[in-house]
Design a protein around this ligand. Structure first.
Ligand SMILES: *Cc1c(COP(=O)(O)O)cnc(C)c1O
Length: 379
């Protein structure tokens, strides 16, 4: 196996799902999002572990992602959170996915395909209450709900919305989210008062689960917290107050592939942006931006070798990068290197720490770990 690998700690999934469930009422269902290969982990393992540990369904963004799950024996409902194109519609029906819908044209496409295949489909009506992405207007919800529920092949399995700013700990953010909850309640009421069952009502992603109990409704959709990270400041605060913490599921590791003696004045990597100020040892690591280690992380990124942090120096290349070991580090060729991961398992930083260097969020660091990095599943 290649030295560069992502270790996936299955027990951390279980720990995290138990933390999530401790915030939920007994009757509240849990949907785990496993899009983007389970936030870079392994979507099949993520989905199976979730379903074995209290999740009632899973969610993906693309039809291809759903196909991988079905081919690997996932039989639960699979919510399709993003829209697919026309050519993918037969596959949506064939694999019995549960798409989010919010306009008549798309609803008709699905309905026609169901009739063609002689199959039925559960759909979830998405209402835009302020995210400005998918979803119908609040006032259009009842007529769309009617369109769905009057179809002989479609079932209105749920009505949902998505929060834009539920992770932020500011008064105006809280006000905005409360307003989204209010609009959602209005949409649901208007569906109900026209005599239609809205199905499962769901709004909250990870941030909302911890921060807005009033927004749990019938089901919550958790992604990032299942993978061991907070969505933002607000949910982090709530977790801390309860004395709970999440455990990062993915640790990105590699091994030192070579160690070289450098004398003062020698340069490292493309552009010769780094020069040895004194004699030192440079370790070569077989990991680069094609593995998901963004080029803009250097300078700034430190990696952990034998429990100590060393700086990446010079530009990160496609397949390799270099680390300054200084003098007498005691580091040997083939020693393990941890880029980020679970602090309890030897990492000295998490994906959120790395994210800060790149001015992004843990989500992007995790989902950027590329395909050629082998995933190793351990308990
Ligand atoms: C990705 C996604 C989620 C999960 O979000 P997290 O912040 O990772 O918990 C929930 N709902 C929708 C619609 C999503 O696209």
């Amino acid at each position: 196996m290649r030295s560069t690998r992502a270790i996936i700690y299955k027990n951390n999934f279980i720990h995290n799902i138990n933390v999530i469930r401790s915030f939920l009422a007994e009757k509240t269902k849990l949907c785990i999002t496993v899009k983007a290969n389970g936030y870079g982990s392994d979507s099949v393992v993520a989905a199976k572990t979730a379903l074995e540990n209290g999740a009632s369904c899973v969610a993906v963004a693309t039809v291809g992602e759903a196909k991988v799950l079905r081919e690997n024996g996932i039989a639960s409902d699979i919510l399709l959170l993003s829209l697919c194109n026309k050519e993918e519609v037969p596959c949506v029906v064939l694999q019995n996915l549960s798409p989010f819908v919010f306009d008549t044209e798309y609803i008709k496409l699905l309905e026609d395909e169901c009739l063609r295949q002689g199959k039925k489909l559960k759909v979830h009506l998405a209402v835009d209450t302020g995210m400005g992405r998918l979803g119908c207007k609040v006032e259009d919800a009842p007529s769309l709900a009617r369109k769905i529920s009057s179809s002989s092949v479609l079932e209105l399995a749920g009505t949902c919305t998505h929060f834009a700013i539920s992770d932020e700990d500011k008064d105006d953010a809280k006000f905005y989210t409360m307003n989204q909850i209010d609009l959602f309640n209005r949409a649901v009421k208007s569906i109900e008062s026209s005599g239609i069952n809205p199905g499962l009502k769901h709004c909250s992603a990870s941030a909302g689960i911890f921060s807005y109990k009033s927004a749990h409704f019938d089901m919550v959709r958790s992604g990032i917290s299942y993978y061991g990270y907070s969505a933002g400041t607000l949910d982090k605060t709530f977790l801390k107050e309860k004395g709970l913490s999440l455990k990062p599921v993915l640790s990105l590791m590699t091994k030192v592939s070579a160690i070289k003696d450098f004398s003062k004045g020698m340069c490292v990597s493309y552009g010769c942006t780094w020069e040895a100020k004194e004699d030192c040892q440079i370790a070569v690591l077989p990991i680069g931006y094609a593995d998901g280690l963004f080029r803009l992380l250097s300078p700034g990124l430190m990696v952990s070798i034998n429990g100590k942090k060393y700086p990446v120096v010079g530009r990160i290349c496609m397949d390799q990068c270099m680390v300054n070991l200084g003098k007498n580090s005691g580091v040997s060729r083939y020693d393990d290197v941890i880029i980020f991961g679970d602090l309890e398992k030897g990492a000295l930083q998490t994906a959120s720490d790395v994210a800060k260097i790149a001015n992004t969020i843990s989500y992007e660091i995790l989902t950027s770990v590329s395909n050629r990095v082998e995933r190793v599943i351990v308990e």
